[in-house]
Design a protein around this ligand. Sequence first.
Ligand SMILES: [Fe+2]
Length: 233
Amino acid sequence: MIDIHTHIMDGIDDGIQTFDDACNVLIKLDQQGITGVFLTPHYAPQRGYQPLLETVKDKYKKLKAFIESEGLSLVVYLGCEYDASDDLDLVIPRHLTHNQTRYVLIDFMHYDGDANELIYTLKCLKYQVIVAHPERYDASMKRLLELKSEGALFQLNASSLLHKERRQEYQLAKRLIKHRLIDFVASDIHRATQSMDSLKRVHYVIKKMTDGDYADTLLKNNPKKLITPNDYD
Ligand SMILES: [Fe+2]
């Protein structure tokens, strides 16, 4: 399985803060049989996250070197989680996509602009938008379907399906899965203390709700497309 959305890179956003914690998380994920992990620090200037490209690349290289020195099988890839904003058509070409493909992960939670227009603009520039955790937005199914019909792909957080007590998220996550409107499931890990088996557990839950092929599509086959540069072309 490949995790396409994490905040494991140390000290760059509201995720994991120390290099040691980042390394420990990578070891645990490797032990869980996770074969690939995208490091996707926030790019959200309005919330104070505007990492320099050089800083992100430098931290990526250090984590990659650790993985090699430990002989882990897991591979790390570089990516980004953007907060939606009207200037992304200018920002993205100067920053990062998922492993240099045309796929970009965008969180629309704090956005009050026209999401359809932003997705369309990026589509014209040949970017494929992946909407980060749509089940967490205060949006109707009808509104989410509009984003989908604009061509966006949807990434669900594993925790939304695993925590029934988060009622609203859980109900929407379940509906989205049952209607097969989700394209990726990822962990969105922020803390070293989180359980690291969420992808394994959610694969089982999705398999029960739908079938094994769909669970594999969301956690293995679709994520694989993000590690092949320019696959979207
Ligand atoms: Fe995130």
